[in-house]
Write a protein that binds this ligand. Sequence first.
Ligand code: G3P
Length: 218
Amino acid sequence: MKIFLDTANIDEIKLAAEANLIDGITTNPTLLSREVERTGKGYKDILIDIAAIVNGPISAEVLSKDVEGMIKEARELQDIAPQIVIKVPMTFDGMKTVRRLEKEGIKSNVTLVFSAVQAMLAAKAGAAFVSPFVGRLDDIGHDGMEIVDEILNVFSNYDFKTEVIVASVRHPKHVKDAALMKADIVTIPFKVLMQLFKHSLTDQGILKFENDWKKVNI
Ligand code: G3P
């Protein structure tokens, strides 16, 4: 399973990249605007900085609602760096945009997906990636990972090539479940990436080995 980092924070991206753990990046308007505020840089410069570190796909989202507006924004985003993938919301016009982008050879990531039929439409439109938001489904009392399971089933039934990015991840269990379901990709906040390393028994074990060693090696 590929791991993407769900952030626009360059410090987090640098740290994760040092460990060679990251296969790509996803951003959204909330994450990018947070970094614009924090750093005082423009969003294009932030994407340029990210692209200098990460070779894999970097998702950046369009904000227009109409097809022509989305296409214009998509081309501008693509001009920033070739590895930029266009995040397009799951709407009727969004899927028309995805189809047009695919014909131009521009990859898209259909975002704000909350059902298997939405994912199927995205795949039929020619999306390279589809992003079900599992955490936001859990937040309203649904089971986000159940939707991922359904999407993976539908895609394998019809041999769709669209890759599934498990998004809106809140905790390590989402990551484990995604791997058990053979999701293609999980995109995670930096905090969850760090949580993946941790286990209390690992910490206790390190401490015990250290103390035992000190008894005879003073
Ligand atoms: O990748 C989608 C993600 O950024 C949304 O996460 O935590 O805002 O639901 P969240």
